[in-house]
Design a protein around this ligand. Structure first.
Ligand code: BEZ
Ligand code: FE
Length: 298
């Protein structure tokens, strides 16, 4: 960047001050804090990069395209927040580290209210294509006490890397909920998680291509765990060894959420006696909830 004159520097700084002053009368202090910080950071970005008018116009076109791509079914603004790491940073800030509580990660766009109750030991695959995967563990609080009756929501993509809602028919597959037993234990069948790309046919996909980034998410299974007196946990389990663990397009991977997937040969007896024709796998994952209140906004 070339040096700017003292006069130029003074003009730019004065403009920032004028904008900040314009917000001084905000009746709500939090609104004022947010718009003032936004003003400072946006102007710092413009001044640091010496943004050209052409670049500003292209940025406006990009945001306009993000808006046009967004409707009831597709939230391109959240996707933009995801690939910028802004979603994950907001989650990190709002799910403060607490003892050995399980770490939270991104919610993603594919959760659907009203999933089937598959019951303890049930199958959330519901016909989704993929290798059967037995998942089990405990839900405890941070003192190690088991939590009975915790509600566990599970959702995942099938072996094609697609969620049921992406097929455009009315199928319900790869999702369900169950409750822990009196010892805080849970178990269910799912399908072995597969990596898949985030929707990349819009402006966010263009951004990824322009910056040489992959749209791939590391393979994962989504879990949301709710229990009285506990902070609602929205998290994933990630199979160890997955190709995309270091380059997850939405920065959702946490080392503590990476688990071994134990691959089983065909004809290996299953934990519940279910007949499985081919190979299957199993995952053990214990969930620890921080104290707090049940909230789906977290
Ligand atoms: C997902 O894991 O389902 C997801 C998360 C963020 C963006 C797109 C998909
Ligand atoms: Fe996902």
């Amino acid at each position: 960047m070339s040096e700017i004159s003292a006069e130029q520097e003074a003009r730019e700084a004065a403009l920032v001050e004028r904008v900040l002053t314009s917000f001084a009368g905000s009746p709500d202090p939090r609104t004022r804090e947010l718009v003032e910080a936004l003003t400072r950071h946006v102007h710092a970005f413009l001044r640091e990069t010496r943004l050209t008018e052409e670049e500003w116009r292209r940025a406006i076109e990009f945001l306009t395209a993000v808006g046009h791509m967004t409707d009831d079914r597709r939230q391109e603004f959240i996707l933009l927040s995801d690939v910028l790491g802004a979603s994950m940073q907001t989650i990190t800030i709002n799910n403060e580290a607490y003892a050995d509580a399980t770490e939270a990660t991104v919610f993603g766009p594919f959760f659907v209210e009203g999933s089937p109750d598959v019951g303890l030991g049930g199958d959330v695959a519901g016909g989704a294509e993929g290798e059967p995967c037995w998942v089990e563990g405990t839900v405890t609080d941070t003192s190690g006490a088991p939590i009975a009756g915790a509600r566990i929501e599970v959702w995942e993509a099938d072996a094609e890397g697609l969620y049921d809602v992406q097929y455009g028919d009315d199928r319900v597959a790869g999702r369900g909920h169950l409750h822990t037993d009196a010892d805080g234990r849970y178990r269910f069948w799912a399908v072995t998680p597969t990596p898949y790309p985030i929707p990349d046919d819009g402006p966010v996909g263009e951004l990824l291509r322009a910056t040489g980034r992959s749209p791939m998410r590391a393979a994962h299974l989504h879990l949301m765990v709710e229990a009285d007196g506990c902070r609602t946990l929205v998290t994933h389990v990630f199979p160890r060894g997955d190709t995309y663990l270091d380059t997850d397009s939405v920065f959702g991977v946490r080392d503590s959420l990476i688990v071994d997937v134990h691959h089983q040969l065909p004809n290996t007896p299953t934990p519940d006696g279910r007949e499985v024709a081919g190979p299957w796998s199993r995952i053990d994952f214990d969930l620890v909830l921080a104290p707090g209140t049940v909230s789906k906004d977290s």
